[in-house]
Design a protein around this ligand. Structure first.
Ligand SMILES: [Fe+2]
Length: 436
């Protein structure tokens, strides 16, 4: 056995993976599986014979998978378009998938909600080789009408949500290195082993689609305003406002689809794909004493605003998780309500990911929790604070220095604590341009 083989065997053993099972299927065997899958009629959305034929032809002709073609929905991915070249995955990449999935399975069976685990088994996510997107895409379409669109990097929010409005889910083709638990950027481990199973939870799939529709509303309003824009400066402001709205809509997505928790059988369980793609965060989100866990009801306008006004970082495990009582509450998250909360968030002070806020229904106060005013004092006294705290503190000081009416603040369940006057005076004396 060579040194490389010995290293791989040791890595596999550490994760409980049988190296003999890490055997990428041949092209002929994948074709055979594809024939069987696409012909299924015992599924919610069977594939028509014409589309079956075209899909098979694409596979047989060697056309690489780029975007699902099982419906009329299509999005132009432009420079972000990518293709999955299955034969090019190395043995190490398949092993990396196998190890990640093995680790995930251990933590998921302990902490994931039941619906998510069911979704994984329907899509056969828990294998020992990277999934072929032709096969996976067909399975997803048959169950949910969603399809995959392969992209080459993190794509702009505007394009990401445009894909969602067409029930196309952007996925990368890159597999993280061996034994990497958490990545800031998406990879197959996040996109497939994290997200795909959530499509089978109807309320989650609907919220994803509704975010796409909210993006369409934001851009329709933007385009209408642009027609009346008198000069380039006004046009720029209109475009910036649309991007800002999308950012706040993205926070609602972040705290639900990506990092959401749900109560099940009296216990807190994970359903967010960002959590479940990381074995470490799957455990951390439920058991860590560092993070806050807050009960939230997205059907309540105040609670929805709490999500839209909460800033976060992607560079480390989350410091606040929001927990819903049931998936039914997600059904209230229509495109109109996502837009409404995002518009309100534009005018209001923002919270940070470490804060416990007046009116929160607290399940756990994390050891890293801060009060709402701590960020201002830290900024003023030049004490350490992370980018999230800095960003929110500067934004809020700017807003308060211009003046915020009690009517504006009444959008919150309980208005934030009064801002320390010293901080406001300090800010007014600073010669700086705050960022939002
Ligand atoms: Fe994600």
């Amino acid at each position: 056995m060579s040194t490389l083989d010995r290293n791989l065997a040791e890595i596999a053993a550490r994760h409980g993976v049988d190296l003999a099972c890490v055997t990428p299927p041949s092209r002929a065997s994948r074709l055979e599986s594809l024939r069987k899958i696409i012909a299924r009629t015992d599924v919610p959305y069977p594939i028509t014979p014409q589309r079956q034929e075209r899909y098979l032809n694409d596979f047989q002709s060697g056309k690489l998978f780029g975007i699902g073609t099982l419906s009329e929905d299509m999005v132009e991915l432009e420079n972000y378009a990518e293709f999955q070249d299955y034969e090019k995955y190395t043995y190490e990449e398949h092993l990396s998938w196998a190890c990640l999935v093995a680790d995930q399975q251990r933590t998921k069976h302990q902490f994931a909600c039941q619906e998510y685990l069911k979704g994984e088994s329907i899509f056969e996510i828990g294998g020992t080789v990277i999934p072929d997107y032709y096969l996976l895409n067909a399975r997803i379409y048959q169950q949910t009408q969603w399809q995959l669109a392969t992209v080459n990097m993190i794509i702009p929010a505007e394009l990401f949500f445009t894909c969602h409005s067409h029930r196309l889910f952007p996925v990368t083709t890159f597999m993280r290195g061996l034994e990497v638990d958490y990545l800031e950027e998406p990879d197959i481990g996040h996109d497939v082993a994290g997200h795909v199973a959530t499509f089978t939870i109807p309320a989650v799939a609907d919220v994803m689609k509704n975010h796409g529709d909210a993006r369409d509303l934001i851009y329709a309003e933007r385009d209408q305003k642009l027609k009346a824009a008198g000069d380039e400066e006004s046009a720029r402001r209109i475009r910036d406002d649309a991007e800002e709205l999308l950012l706040y809509a993205g926070r609602i997505y972040w705290f639900t689809v990506e990092f959401g928790l749900v109560m099940q059988g009296g216990q807190v369980r994970d359903f967010g794909a960002g959590i479940l793609s990381s074995p470490g965060e799957t455990t951390y989100s439920i058991e860590s004493r560092e993070s806050n866990r807050i009960l939230i009801d997205p059907s309540d306008d105040h609670d929805l605003l709490r999500l839209a006004t909460t800033d976060y970082l992607i560079s480390e495990f989350q410091k606040t998780y929001f927990v819903m009582s049931s998936f039914d509450q997600l059904k209230s998250l229509t495109a109109d309500r996502i837009l409404m909360a995002s518009k309100r968030a534009m005018e209001l002070p923002h919270y940070t990911w470490r804060e416990i806020v007046p009116g929160d229904k607290v399940i756990d106060v994390g050891e890293l929790a801060t009060s709402t005013n701590e960020k201002y004092l830290r900024l003023m006294l030049d004490m350490p604070l992370d980018d999230c705290l800095t960003r929110a503190a500067l934004r809020n000081l700017q807003l308060y220095s211009k003046g915020l009416s009690s009517q504006q603040l009444s959008a919150f369940k309980i208005p934030p604590a009064e801002l320390p006057q010293e901080a406001l005076e300090w800010f007014r004396n600073q010669d700086q341009t705050p960022t939002t």
